[in-house]
Design a binder for this molecule. Structure first.
Ligand SMILES: C[S@@+](CC[C@H](N)C(=O)[O-])C[C@H]1O[C@@H](n2cnc3c(N)ncnc32)[C@H](O)[C@@H]1O
Length: 171
């Protein structure tokens, strides 16, 4: 279904790598998309497989049932996928659940963020789609001029900085 839609939207089979571990479905994919690279493997092993150069993929589209997987497996899938994604690459995850199917703990550990990007009504029940990307790097601002620093931060963040400074002084 995903692959069919991607090709319908103009993607070339030779630009797609399809990963599936069900032996029956992998055969269907090979038959239907002879031009694509079809890999019969567990997506949790991406980290240890050489499926291309690091940073050589633009996006991942996933219908993997992350909600039913143990956290270690979800962590392995995401860390493996992001190894192959470009710096601004994205991992699109479909889910039937009411929220992003990746815990905050895993997102924090991998330095990722998730954003709801829409819903597809073609599924029953309708599925939600989340876009997972790397967080932008933190900026360290060092200045003797507190007004200059303050002007660079939203008010809420500035109040947090003040709180941290106060508590570190009293510690
Ligand atoms: C909701 S289906 C997505 C269907 C399909 N990819 C499509 O284009 O619509 C989820 C698929 O993920 C596969 N799957 C589940 N766990 C996997 C894993 N650890 N590694 C690779 N494939 C997995 C299942 O066999 C199933 O075919």
């Amino acid at each position: 279904m995903f692959t069919h839609k991607l090709i319908e939207k103009g993607f070339q089979q030779q630009d797609l790598t399809l990963i599936e571990y069900g032996s029956e479905f992998v055969g269907v994919l090979q038959l239907c998309y002879p031009g694509a690279r079809v890999l019969w493997m567990d997506a949790a092993r991406l980290d240890s497989e050489a499926i291309g150069d690091s940073g050589s993929y633009g996006s991942v589209v996933s219908g993997l049932p992350l909600l039913t997987m143990p956290p270690r497996k979800v962590l392995a899938i995401l860390s493996g996928a992001f190894r192959f994604l470009r710096p601004h690459g994205a991992f699109y995850q479909f889910t039937y659940g009411p929220r992003v199917p990746i815990s905050m703990r895993i997102l924090d550990r991998l330095g990722l963020r998730a954003k709801f990007v829409g819903r597809t009504m073609n599924n029953i029940p309708p599925a939600a789609v989340y876009r997972i990307t790397r967080r932008p790097p933190c900026r360290l601002v060092v200045s003797n001029d507190s007004r200059a620093v303050r002007s660079m931060l939203p008010k809420a963040s500035w109040l947090k900085v003040l709180e941290c400074l106060k508590s570190s002084r009293s510690a």
